[in-house]
Unconditional design. Structure first.
Length: 150
């Protein structure tokens, strides 16, 4: 599901359906993909998906499991203040994709696998999401020292 501007004249392919400003279907025409989750999240995800069907939302509103709109979520959790208190003023919900890409790469996941997880066709797009951790250059220099036998 993606929130989009409401355009009643838009013609959609059969794999999509529109409900108001919500567009249901694969993102950007993609096929379904598998997104791995770490073991430490398994119990939490099981709790959120207990009794739900394959096509159900993992996280839904308190009113009958409907879609939580981005602006409602940010208002309810006080997003701007929450991220500012943690030293990330201006951090957007969408920035979590870049964080995930960066962390996968820092953990040693090959860039082509990260590309597949994010659903990108072109590896250049994945590279746009990937940000270096502050110590990445220091670790690169240490790796070269180790390689050179120092």
């Amino acid at each position: 599901m993606t929130e989009v501007s409401k355009d009643e004249n838009e013609t959609l392919s059969s794999e999509y359906r529109r409900v108001g400003s919500l567009l249901w279907g694969p993102p950007k025409g993609e096929k379904t993909r598998i997104v791995p989750s770490p073991r430490h999240m398994a119990a939490t995800l099981r709790a959120h998906t207990a009794g739900k069907g394959r096509g159900d939302l993992v996280f839904g509103s308190e009113r009958g499991g409907k879609v939580i709109r981005g602006n409602v979520l940010k208002r309810r959790v006080g997003w701007a203040k929450l991220v500012a208190r943690r030293g990330f003023a201006g951090f957007r919900v969408h920035d979590l994709r870049a964080t995930a890409a960066t962390n996968y790469l820092a953990a040693g996941v090959p860039v082509n696998v990260v590309r597949d997880i994010l659903g990108h066709e072109d590896i250049k797009v994945t590279n746009l999401y990937a940000r270096s951790h502050d110590d990445a250059l220091t670790r690169a220099a240490a790796a070269m020292d180790k390689y050179a036998g120092h």
